[in-house]
Write a protein of this length. Sequence first.
Lengths: 195, 560
Amino acid sequence: MPTASRKGKPPMSDKIIKNGRVVTDDRLTVSLAEGEAATDIAVPAGPVLVPLAVWQARRDELLARARSGELGVWLAAGEDVAALADDLALLQVIGLHFPKFTDGRSYSAATLLRTRYGYQGELRAIGQVLRDQFNYMTRCGFDALQPQAERYTDEQLEAAIASIDDFTQPYQRSVQDPLPLFRRVERGSGREVQQ
Amino acid sequence: MYQYDEHDQRLLDQRVAQFRDQMRRHLAGELSADEFRPLRLQNGLYIQRHAPMFRISVPYGHLASRQLRKLAHLARGYDRGYAHFTTRTNVQFNWPKLEDVPEMLAELASVQMHANQTSGNCIRNITADPFAGVAADEVADPRPFAEILRQWATYNPEFAFLPRKFKIAFNSAAEDRVVLRVYDIGLDLVRNDAGELGFRVLVGGGLGRTPILGEEIKPFLPWQHLISYCEAILRVYNRWGRRDNLWKARIKILVKALGPEAFAREVEEEWANSKDGPNTITEAELARVSAHFAPPAYEPLPAQDAAFDALLADNKAFATWVKRNVRAHRQPGYAAVILSLKKTGTAPGDVTAEQMDLIADLADRFSFGEARMLHEQNVALADVRRADLFELWQATRAAGLATPNIGLLTDIICCPGGDFCSLANARSIPIADAIQRRFDDLDYQHDIGEIDLNISGCMNSCGHHHVGHIGILGVDKNDQEWYQVSIGGTQGNGTTLGKVIGPSFALDEVVGVIEKLLETYVELRHEDERFIDTVQRVGTEPFKERVYADRQPQRKAAHV
Ligand code: HEM
Ligand code: SF4
């Protein structure tokens, strides 16, 4: 469950990185506490990300808010992206959760959403999101990076943008680079940099 | 050997800059120990018993002379004058300073070396047949494929945080020289009936505390699909491999839980989406990479050489070395030479700065400037003119690199164990040392013949004890060092896991146990039977009986 939940706190203007820039963002990540049922919990007004279970239980009720982009859905690391396959045309924001930054499942989930399912909307990394993974995250198709609220000062978050470009011309094909390096550029014989 | 182009070099330089900044933020308190840990591990930096341990990658074991000199330089400047060569063709330094590592990485990058993904839960260094390109039984050269896959694995954004470490090996010859079946993915280069090149794909092998041998999930994968198919395997594993328990997180557990057939179906289903896509390897890319591995400029030499034969006849010590440490070569008049890092009195796999410099010089003089690491923790010069062997022998003999023991009892595979490793239950180097001292006599070793003796200091099995003809494993009993002995393991085509012979032994008992195992073998062997053949023929029982015969009464006596 995301510890980044701001549920119950007064709306505060948190900062996230969106398309390579720091922006203020007041989207609330709603999560289900122990014993809370998806059918019962109150979904606050305003921009929110709700758990998959809430979306599945109350799709009709939430449909209009999803269409307008006010409401998005987030998936826990173990949840199959296929569960959203039929809703991708209407959803404008999807969150993928990193319970720990060392849990890499959401990289595959992001890759699949962007490539196999052709999802075009905002894809937001939530949970334990750290600058040292920004490059890999953006390459896998995340365009919104939301570190936990207290993790970085404004200044640090601004500096962290640089990490997005840690590798500028990677070997792999990825969401960001549809072609692998060997199809993307003319590669040399290698002799020229031999010392 | 592969030479970086501007893209390879830029990526590596960017990695060095990235880690330098991570180290800076860590030392400034901006990156906590927990956040820093996976980052430093993926750059080869462990924190061990006495000091940090720094693990450098040697992709498929190939080392250019300038790279060896750089390692020697690092050993002198940042360590205590030596390095350790591992079973996974990595090089370890045991005594660097934490804050020096970014500078060491920068030095390495200047000779196209790195510590990329040498630890952590990511795709590790890829290994291949050490005799690639020279072995007579080779189907095709695996190195271009290993290099192509290395590039795909390096800084791969999707697979940097897998459930657990992931190791890939290539074999490419009739004889398996990489222990293919103990790898997460084993790729066996083969030709199909139509003569096309492809891979037999094995998955789910691994040693550690639950040793499992890999299973074939695809009999023939055309080479063009190497990347897309491996990506499918990794994606299935990344999504569905267990993450709740460190000891059940390797792919072998997932493959075992699903069964190899069901796992293969998952992979096929995933692969169907990306097959024939942009990750399909092009003829042009294969040709580009293959050009780096073109055979060196061999001289045309006669197959026979009377002068060489005369030397062999005259000099018994030289002849012994040739017999043990020299391998046949595809090219007439050439040979592949194994330099032994197993001289009695030095820890197996340890090599000094002076030795590395010497190997570099010898590589330049005799072997087109290249050396290769073997998973048995030795070094090979793969392209030596037969006429140079005598000179090479003399030079290496003077430096303690010509012990004629390759494949024999004292050619021990051994992990660093309790002397260095904080995970160890027991020390392993003193065991290797005691065995080497006791059986140092070469005539005795030659009489015993080929035997693999492997030692690990704990269940993590870094010393491959499961696949040793004799395996020794450090175990912990009431905070004391004990050793469990197994026999019957084999590496190679018929890889099998050894069987534990019984209760474990105290440190000072181990040599005696080995002695009894060998005596039993000598008594029971048929002509031309190796130790392992005898074990396979008669089973473990006679060996057990001999080893424990005089122990039980003593033990009982001790109990009254
Ligand atoms: C000194 C620091 C080292 C540490 C902390 C370490 C740690 C480990 C651990 C935890 C495992 C078990 C992984 C698992 O079962 O999932 C392992 C396996 C292994 N390590 Fe090491 N190791 C070290 C050094 C070495 C060295 C020096 C070598 C080579 C001589 C080596 C080669 C291997 C191999 C071959 C395996 C078995 C791989 C498998 O399970 O498939 N390691 N190591
Ligand atoms: S086998 Fe155990 S003791 Fe030996 S290096 Fe590996 S982890 Fe350390």
